[in-house]
Design a protein around this ligand. Structure first.
Ligand code: HEC
Ligand code: HEC
Ligand code: HEC
Ligand code: HEC
Ligand code: HEC
Ligand code: HEC
Length: 278
C-alpha cells in the first residue's frame, strides 16, 4: 500500500514538474499553437467566427488584415497568404458579391442567390451577357449605382450599413415629349417608379412600377401597352390597331414578324427606332 502511494506520488511530481518546466520555457520559445491564431471556425463560412464575417463587421475592410498578412495580402509576418484561396486577391470584385462569371449579385453580400431574394433580385435580368436571357439592352452598373472604378473608389462602400446606394444614371432619366421621369427606388417595397425604362415616356405606362424581387413583374405590356393581355401596343398618339406580329413594319430594326425582339441593344436604350431596318 505504502509502495503504491510513493509510486503515484512520484508520477504526480514528475508530471507536475514537466508541466511547470514547460511553462517556464514558454516565455522564451515560440510554441506551435494547439489551436490556430484566429480560433475555431475561422475558415468555416457557417461559423460566427468566420473571417469573412469579421471583415464584414469592420464595414467590409479586408485592409484590417494587412498588418500581419502583408500589404499585398501575400503572407506578411503571419506567413499565410490570402492568395492561396483568393487567387486574384481578396479585393477582387467577386470576393464579396457576384460569382466566377460576373460581379453583380448573385451572390449578394450576405450570400443570397435567388432572384426572389433582396440584394439579388433582377440584376441578372438587366445584365446577363447571354442575349437570349434579355429582351432589352444591357443596363450598366452606373445606370443604377454610382460608378465604382476600383475597390477603394470613394463611391464604393460609401455607407456603413452594408447596403448598396441606388443612384440613377442618364437612361432612367431620358426625357421624351411631355414626360420628364423622376426615377425613385423604394427599398421597403423593393420597387422602382418614375423611370423612363419602365414606362415613363411618351405613350408609355407612366404609373407602372417594377418590383426588383418579383420575377416576371416586368413582362411584355407592363411598360407600354396592356399589362393584362401582354399586348405591347402603346396608347395615346401612337398609331393604333397593330398587333405584335406587325410591329416590325415600322420597328424592323428591333423586332421581327414573329414578334420576337431581334436586337436587344436597341430596345430600352433611350431612343425609339422606327422606319429603320438596321
Ligand atoms: C495580429 C496579426 C494578425 C492579424 C491582424 C490577422 N492575422 Fe490571420 N493569421 C495570423 C497568424 C500568426 C496566422 C498563422 C497561425 C495560424 O494559422 O494560426 C494567421 C493565419 C490566418 C489564416 C490561416 C488559418 C488556418 O487555419 O489555416 C487565415 C485564413 C487568416 N489568418 C486570415 C486573416 C484575416 C482574414 C484577417 C483579417 C480579418 C487576419 N487573418 C488578421 C496573424 C494575424
Ligand atoms: C483557406 C482558404 C482561405 C484563405 C487562406 C483566406 N480565405 Fe477569405 N474566404 C475563404 C472562403 C471559403 C470564403 C467564402 C467564400 C464564399 O462564401 O463564397 C472567403 C471569404 C472571404 C471574404 C468575403 C466575405 C464575405 O462575407 O463575403 C473576404 C473579404 C475574405 N475572404 C478575405 C480574406 C483575406 C483578407 C484573407 C487573408 C488575410 C483571406 N480571406 C484568406 C477562404 C479563405
Ligand atoms: C437596374 C438597376 C441595377 C443595375 C443595372 C445594377 N444594380 Fe446592383 N442593385 C440594384 C438594386 C435595386 C439593389 C438592391 C438594393 C437594396 O435592396 O438595398 C442592388 C444591390 C446591389 C448590391 C448589394 C447587394 C446586397 O447584398 O445588398 C451590389 C453589391 C450591387 N448591387 C452591385 C452591382 C453591380 C456590380 C452592378 C453592375 C455589374 C449592378 N449592381 C447593377 C439595382 C441595380
Ligand atoms: C470586401 C468586400 C468587397 C469587395 C472585394 C468588393 N466589393 Fe463592391 N461592394 C461591397 C459592399 C459592402 C457594397 C455595398 C455598398 C456599401 O456598403 O456602401 C458593395 C457595392 C458595390 C456596388 C454598388 C454601388 C455601391 O457602392 O453601393 C458596386 C457597383 C460594386 N460594389 C462594385 C465593386 C467592384 C467593381 C469591385 C472590385 C474593384 C468590388 N465591388 C469589390 C463589398 C465589396
Ligand atoms: C405604322 C408604323 C408603326 C407600327 C406598325 C408600330 N409603331 Fe411603334 N412607333 C411608330 C412611330 C412613328 C413611333 C414614334 C412616335 C413618336 O415619336 O411620337 C413609334 C413609337 C413607339 C414606341 C415609343 C413610345 C411612343 O409612342 O413614342 C413604342 C414603345 C412602340 N412604338 C411600340 C410599338 C409596338 C409594340 C408595336 C406593335 C404592337 C408598334 N410600335 C407598331 C410607328 C409604328
Ligand atoms: C422594361 C420595360 C419594357 C418592357 C417590359 C418592354 N418594353 Fe418595349 N420599349 C420600352 C421602352 C423604354 C421603349 C422606348 C424605346 C427604347 O428606349 O428603346 C420601348 C420600345 C419598344 C418598341 C419600339 C422600338 C424601339 O425603339 O425599341 C417595340 C417594337 C417594343 N418596345 C416592343 C416590345 C415587346 C414586343 C415587348 C415584350 C417582349 C416589350 N417591348 C417589352 C420598354 C419596355
Amino acid at each position: 500500500m505504502k509502495k503504491i502511494f510513493i509510486f503515484y506520488s512520484l508520477i504526480i511530481l514528475t508530471v507536475f514538474g514537466f508541466i511547470y518546466g514547460c511553462s517556464e520555457v514558454k516565455d522564451n520559445v515560440v510554441m506551435a499553437p494547439t489551436t490556430s491564431f484566429h480560433g475555431e471556425g475561422w475558415l468555416n463560412p457557417a461559423s460566427t467566427n468566420f473571417h469573412g464575417k469579421t471583415i464584414a463587421a469592420d464595414n467590409w475592410n479586408p485592409g484590417m488584415c494587412k498588418s500581419c498578412h502583408g500589404a499585398d495580402y501575400n503572407g506578411g509576418t503571419a506567413q499565410v497568404s490570402c492568395l492561396t484561396c483568393h487567387e486574384n486577391g481578396p479585393e477582387s470584385c467577386n470576393t464579396c458579391h457576384g460569382n466566377d462569371n460576373h460581379i453583380y449579385p448573385p451572390k449578394s453580400l450576405f450570400g443570397n442567390t435567388l432572384n426572389t431574394q433582396t440584394g439579388v433580385g433582377a440584376h441578372d435580368k438587366h445584365m446577363n451577357s447571354d442575349t437570349t436571357q434579355r429582351f432589352t439592352a444591357v443596363v450598366e452598373c452606373e445606370e443604377c449605382h454610382l460608378p465604382v472604378s476600383s475597390f477603394s473608389d470613394p463611391n464604393h462602400i460609401a455607407n456603413t450599413n452594408s447596403t448598396a446606394t441606388l443612384v440613377f444614371g442618364n437612361l432612367a432619366k431620358t426625357v421624351t415629349e411631355g414626360v420628364t421621369p423622376n426615377p425613385t427606388w423604394d427599398k421597403g417595397t423593393q420597387t422602382c417608379s418614375g423611370t423612363y425604362c419602365h414606362g415613363n415616356f411618351k405613350n408609355g405606362n407612366t404609373t407602372n412600377t417594377a418590383n426588383f424581387i418579383t420575377p416576371n413583374s416586368a413582362g411584355c405590356g407592363t411598360c407600354h401597352g396592356n399589362p393584362t393581355t401582354g399586348n405591347p401596343l402603346p396608347g395615346g398618339t401612337h398609331p393604333q390597331g397593330w398587333t405584335l406580329n406587325k410591329c416590325y413594319l415600322c420597328h424592323g430594326a428591333v423586332i421581327n414578324s414573329a414578334g420576337v425582339i431581334i436586337n436587344q441593344s436597341r430596345h430600352v436604350n433611350g431612343a425609339v427606332d422606327f422606319g429603320v431596318n438596321n
